[in-house]
Design a protein around this ligand. Structure first.
Ligand SMILES: [Zn+2]
Length: 236
């Protein structure tokens, strides 16, 4: 149960009382959640947290997931702190290996996870109802995405979208989106292999790549089977 005491919260310089910002309910609930964590989960596991802090992190898997607030890997996999090294971006896309002077957040996380932390399993986790994939789909259908960064970012999966639209013109919008969401995961696996330090380790058998897909409403996780070139549901 969240605490619902009145809170004194610092409001940043851009906040004002002109109605341009919503009430503080969101921030207040976060602070209440933190207090609940601190007095409950943290206190009950204080030694474990201190042990985690005293040693280097050793996550068992690297997960590339979408920013979507409904697809938190820690929730889906019931994992504890220290277990998952999670990279989240719009539409869980993997960019190509491009070692230049630009800012490559996802690539930096991959490099650190694989080379420094020596993680042995990388999972690309797509999900149903992805807004980023929907924006890509719409951009292919005459409704370009807007923004300074989103159009360029989602265009990483443009070849996949073109292929799905061309090869599956019989599908309605919902089914085409579902197909595209899953195909984008497979394309991201291929992109991972453009990173030499990933391809080398996979080739040597010291790193495995996985494509997973999560249905928000169904709660069903599907796993990509390369031999069958399709996703298979994990049954209860
Ligand atoms: Zn998404």
């Amino acid at each position: 149960m969240l605490l619902r005491k009145p809170l004194l919260v610092y409001v940043g310089p851009r906040a004002n009382n002109t109605g341009t910002l919503p009430a503080m309910d969101a921030v207040a609930s976060l602070i209440a959640g933190y207090r609940n964590f601190r007095s409950g989960t943290y206190r009950q596991n204080e030694e474990r947290y201190q042990a985690l802090a005293a040693q280097r992190q050793r996550p068992k898997a690297l997960i590339i997931a979408c920013c979507d607030s409904r697809t938190d890997p820690a929730m889906v996999f019931q994992s504890d702190p220290g277990e998952l090294f999670v990279v989240r971006n719009v539409a869980n896309l993997v960019p190509p290996y491009e070692p230049d002077s630009h800012y490559h957040g996802t690539s930096a996380a991959l490099e650190f996870g694989v080379k420094a932390l020596e993680i042995k399993d990388i999972i690309v986790m797509g999900h149903a109802g992805c807004g980023g994939i929907e924006a890509l789909y719409d951009s292919c259908c005459g409704k370009p995405a807007s923004g300074d960064f989103i159009p360029s970012w989602i265009s990483l999966a443009q070849p996949v979208a073109s292929r799905v639209l061309e090869n599956h013109s019989d599908l309605d919008r919902a089914d085409a989106l579902y197909k595209l969401e899953q195909e984008a995961v497979v394309a991201s696996l291929d992109r991972l292999r453009t990173f030499p330090f990933i391809a080398e380790r996979e080739e040597a058998g010291t790193l495995r790549l996985h494509g997973w897909f999560y249905g928000i409403g169904s709660g069903i996780l599907s796993i990509y089977e390369p031999a069958e070139q399709r996703f298979r549901d994990i049954t209860d």
